[in-house]
Design a protein around this ligand. Structure first.
Ligand SMILES: [Zn+2]
Length: 258
């Protein structure tokens, strides 16, 4: 295995069918061995499940994305039941977390009920011994840490982590992982984090189809963009590129038990 990679966080269900086919057809040639596809809600989970069943390189994660109105009690119960019934098909619980952007836009007044939903998913992850894919950034990250610690959830992946270094240190003490996106090429905050967080606790992702800027402006987000992220990370960390490739690959395989 050399210069191969795994996209540790992508929303494959959100791509247009033609774009998705392009990505799947390109995987072998672009050095992408697997994709962890995370789900936003029930319909998203069902779509991702279908995709994972058709292609074994697509690894399924089920959760409820926090940057949307809360699920009804019934929807939440359905999601948790879906997870129970398909626990052997899923590699993780996610994307789950807290609504930073909705709070910032004034659309959500407090974290309250979102904390309860997150708590329910973390409990489910611990019960089924599954890793957790988290959207918990800035001042939400310590709140997510509180819940993870409360339930002694050991395997947590803070995707596209943004936040202060004190929180990052707490996450490190707990053995949590972070992943970086292609914005490592042009966003100072991402570059700082990528430079400081230990390679042994890192993964790489696209969060596709989320679009990127800089050299990626105007392009469909494709997992092959991660090659640029890895080369950039090697430079920032002053570690040989091949070592960075190998370590990130092993980290992701270990974390998601691929
Ligand atoms: Zn995401």
């Amino acid at each position: 295995m050399s210069n191969r990679l795994i996209d540790a966080h992508i929303h494959l269900d959100m791509y247009k069918p033609a774009e998705r086919s392009l990505i799947l057809n390109d995987m072998k040639e672009s050095g992408v061995d697997a994709l962890i596809t995370v789900s936003n809600h029930l319909a998203s989970a069902q779509k991702n499940m279908q995709l994972a069943r058709h292609d074994s390189r697509v690894k399924l994660s089920i959760g409820f994305h926090p940057e949307q109105p809360l699920p009804s009690d019934e929807d939440l119960a359905d999601l948790l039941t879906l997870i129970d019934h398909h626990q052997h098909e899923i590699v993780a619980i996610g994307e789950i977390g807290l609504p930073y952007y909705l709070r910032r836009e004034g659309k959500v007044a407090s974290r309250g009920a979102y904390m309860d939903v997150l708590d329910a998913f973390i409990q489910k992850a611990v019960e089924l011994d599954k890793p957790i894919a988290l959207h918990a950034i800035y001042d939400d990250a310590p709140m997510a840490c509180d819940l993870l610690e409360k339930h002694s959830a050991a395997k947590a992946h803070f995707h596209w982590f943004k936040g202060d270094w004190r929180t990052a240190e707490r996450m490190l003490r707990n053995g949590y992982f972070v992943s970086v996106t292609p914005d490592i090429l042009y966003k100072e905050k991402s570059r700082n984090l990528a430079g400081k967080y230990p390679l042994g606790k890192m993964m790489v992702e696209t969060d596709g189809p989320w679009p990127f800027e800089g050299v990626f402006a105007g392009r469909m987000t494709h997992p092959n963009m991660i090659h640029r992220s890895i080369r950039e990370m090697a430079e920032l960390k002053r570690i040989p590129t091949v070592e960075v490739y190998d370590r990130l690959y092993d980290n992701t395989r270990w974390f998601y038990e691929l």
